[in-house]
Design a protein around this ligand. Structure first.
Ligand code: SF4
Length: 159
């Protein structure tokens, strides 16, 4: 399960992706718009900046923005930056491999076999999905949801 920090980090990055091409977003505005406690958000943004996901500008007109285009930032990169390896057990991690102290035989351990499948399935989605794709899917879902609302559709036709 994603930590609260990773969830907030993803929300913040998607919000900054929506603001792509515009001026950096102030932390206070981001915190308010996404309902994230400001102090917690500051720590998350700092970590994402150190990991090269975000850039910041100080002074008047300062704030945070994506360090790269939204179609070049993978969701997996954000999750790893804030929560560490995707693997449920360290012996199937590609970035932080470690064995349990009591490990008898990795090749036949049933836990490892199942958890490796789980790790690979999660990585297959998160490492192939960009921030841009997540935003596009969200926008498409929003349009589909509002398009189904008859009141809204009538409103648009009458313009
Ligand atoms: S193979 Fe099994 S016992 Fe060994 S490190 Fe992995 S989960 Fe632990």
């Amino acid at each position: 399960m994603l930590s609260k920090g990773a969830l907030y980090g993803l929300k913040a990055v998607l919000a900054l992706g929506r603001a792509e091409g515009r001026a950096p977003v102030r932390i206070a505005d981001l915190a308010q718009a996404e309902a994230i406690p400001r102090k917690f958000l500051e720590r998350i943004l700092l970590r994402l900046r150190r990991r090269g996901v975000l850039r910041s500008k100080v002074g008047v007109g300062g704030g945070y923005a994506l360090a790269r285009p939204a179609d070049l930032i993978m969701i997996g990169e954000i999750v790893r930056s804030l929560d560490g390896p995707l693997a449920p057990v360290p012996c199937v991690s590609q970035t932080a491999y470690r064995r349990c102290d009591e490990c008898a035989d990795e090749r036949t351990c049933g836990i490892r076999l199942v958890m490796k499948d789980a790790r690979d399935a999660i990585a297959a989605v998160l490492d192939r999905t960009t921030v841009r794709e997540a935003l596009d899917r969200s926008e498409a879902a929003r349009r589909a949801a509002t398009g189904r609302a008859p009141g809204r559709r009538r409103q648009r036709r009458s313009r």
